[in-house]
Ligand binder design. Structure first.
Ligand SMILES: [Zn+2]
Length: 264
């Protein structure tokens, strides 16, 4: 370790401690946790499936479990995992994550020995990642608003701008160049300690106080939040529809009840 690296490390630890005191870790990294929770509860309150002549909805117990799993995706040990939050242009990692989790949710409730709690945990954390796509990428700045979600989420692996293509060429807090036409997302301070975590020519996520400008639309103080939030709602519904329209689930009332934790 060079002296400079040690100093950077000390500064990072100080900032993280300050962040804890201010309750910032969740604030800094995603739609603020209450916003993830609001979005998730809003969607589940209306979501229903008809099977065997019955209209079925997730129970409160199931919804609470899913909301908790969503929330824990922002726990400190998970914050450097770019694929969990679509940070740092990790579109390949994020898109693979939500596809893999969809398959896990479906297989865990359709197997011989179902694990429905684990399936709901997978669903909750997948929804977090999907919601973060709209809070952390430039999907909104590319001109998309509700209901124009990214239809590839949950169905294919995709990538964004090349690692060598500048997306914030003049200022890491301001989109420009390829950032106005190609998919990009902000780099977060934990993933790289230099210059608030921004590789040359790339955009930053933005962290309150430390380096506030950036792409994130995590709360209503941020530009683009009012467009990103409805997209996250639409995308949450879409992912549920993808799961419930899978041939292993559709019309299978026992499996649907298991996932929704309906006990009769
Ligand atoms: Zn997040």
């Amino acid at each position: 370790m060079t002296k400079e690296k040690i100093m950077n490390g000390i500064i990072l630890v100080c900032l993280l401690s300050l962040g804890f005191l201010l309750g910032m870790p969740s604030t800094a990294l995603a739609f603020k946790v209450p916003i993830h929770e609001q979005i998730t509860r809003e969607v589940f309150a209306d979501f229903q499936v008809v099977a065997g002549g019955q209209t079925l909805k997730f129970t409160d117990y199931a919804i609470n479990q899913i909301v908790n799993a969503n929330k824990h995706t922002d726990d400190l040990p998970n914050q450097a995992n770019s694929e969990m939050h679509f940070d740092g242009e990790d579109f390949a990692g994020g898109s693979k994550r939500v596809m893999d989790l969809k398959e896990k949710v479906i297989s865990k409730v359709t197997t011989e020995e179902p694990e429905s709690t684990s399936a709901r945990n997978d669903l909750g954390t997948a929804l977090h990642t999907i919601q973060d796509f709209y809070a952390h990428s430039n999907w909104v700045e590319l001109g998309h608003s509700s209901p124009n979600i990214n239809r590839k989420i949950g169905t294919e692996i995709f990538s964004g701008a090349d690692k060598n293509t500048p997306t914030c060429p003049t200022d890491p807090g301001t989109l420009g160049g390829a950032g106005l036409s190609q998919l990009t997302s902000g780099y977060f301070i934990l993933s790289n300690q230099l210059a608030c975590g921004v590789p040359q020519g790339k955009c930053r996520h933005g962290v309150p106080v430390v380096c506030p400008d950036g792409l994130n639309k995590d709360d209503d103080s941020r530009p683009g939040f009012l467009t990103a939030r409805p997209l996250a709602v639409d995308a949450t519904k879409d992912y549920l529809n993808q799961i419930f329209s899978d041939s292993r689930i559709t019309g299978n009332i026992n499996v649907i009840k298991l996932l929704m934790r309906i006990n009769n």
